[in-house]
Design a protein around this ligand. Structure first.
Ligand code: BV8
Ligand code: ZN
Length: 248
């Protein structure tokens, strides 16, 4: 990792002095766990883009295809393990008085790593919800055959769908409001592993910066968030976040 040690040290001292920290993560923090990001290479499945499958229209049109995609992804998530970047975020939560993690990821790696004060903005791939009565159900922690029958609700026999926020869908009540509120009060906002291409989540980090937070972006690539950041640490979160913790 060839990041200027002065940048790591500056990020470390901002974090060490912070009382209120909000962390926003995206698919990039799970890349080192072997989970493909949305927009990176290999983002296609059966020739479809994620944006074409993660929609209510795609589910209405062909629920079996959408379940096949999610069963394939869930198998990858179950086989994956949290990486040092996930664990560093758990350590930040342990160290600061007021902490919130807002993740766009549905892979369940943050809770598995030990994050507790967490908002899963887009839901969780290991949970399903009934399309008729709305009841939720945790899915078994083992991979399902892609062509297994579509899951039905135990209470009303309605078709279950992944309990995930799809493109064009609204967020669960209060989730975004809480994330924006915490960003607005944070001393430091750490954005890690997000291209900042999905709204409203991308706006959480920018709102924190506008409200006066010190914004640290961790991403090998340059994005709209890194352009607004006080510090852009252009490396993989699994290496950068532990280095910042070690220096603070
Ligand atoms: C809503 C669940 C309103 C699915 C997801 C036109 C312009 C702007 C916005 C819109 C538009 N048209 C429509 C919209 C709104 C739309 C949107 O933003 N679309 C985008 C595509 C343009 N947003 C919505 O529809 C949202 N809802 O607005 O509702 C509303 C209100 C009332 C009533 C009805 C409706 C809902 C969006 C939620 C979509 N669901 N996930 C699933 O996962 O199956 S979003 C999906 O993208 C994932 O959650 C993912 O996390 C997220 C964001 O992507 P990233 O996480 O940033 O991942 P990405 O691959 O893009 O980038 C990875 C980054 O990591 C890269 O930058 C890479 O450099 C970096 N990286 C790689 N390796 C590493 C690394 N970083 C660190 N370390 C590494 N090792
Ligand atoms: Zn039901």
């Amino acid at each position: 990792m060839s990041i200027d040690p002065a940048l790591i040290a500056a990020a470390a001292s901002a974090l060490a002095a912070a009382r209120r920290v909000l962390v926003l993560t995206g698919a990039g923090v799970s890349a080192e766990s072997g989970i493909p990001t949305f927009r990176g290479a290999g983002g296609l499945w059966e020739g479809f883009r994620a944006e074409d499958l993660a929609t209510p229209e795609a589910f209405r049109e062909d629920p079996a295809r959408v379940w096949r995609w999610y069963r394939w992804r869930r198998g990858i998530c179950l086989a994956a393990a949290p990486n040092p970047g996930h664990l560093a975020i758990v350590e930040i939560e342990r160290r600061v008085p007021a902490f919130l993690l807002a993740t766009q990821n549905v892979d369940g790696l943050h809770p598995r790593a030990g994050s507790r004060k967490i908002l899963e903005l887009h839901g969780n791939i290991h949970r399903a919800r009934c399309t008729l009565c709305g009841r939720k159900r945790d899915l078994p922690p083992e991979p399902e055959a892609p062509h297994a029958p579509l899951p039905a609700c135990a209470a009303c026999d309605g078709l279950l769908r992944p309990d995930i926020v799809w493109f064009g869908e609204a967020y669960a009540e209060g989730v975004l409001e809480t994330a924006f509120e915490e960003a607005g009060r944070a001393d430091v906002v750490v954005s890690a592993g997000t291209s900042g291409s999905v709204y409203p989540p991308a706006a959480i980090a920018l709102a924190g910066k506008r409200a006066g937070a010190f914004l640290i972006d961790v991403n090998p690539a340059a994005t709209e968030i890194s352009a607004a950041a006080d510090i852009h640490l252009a490396g993989p979160s699994g290496e950068v976040l532990p280095a910042v913790l070690a220096a603070s």
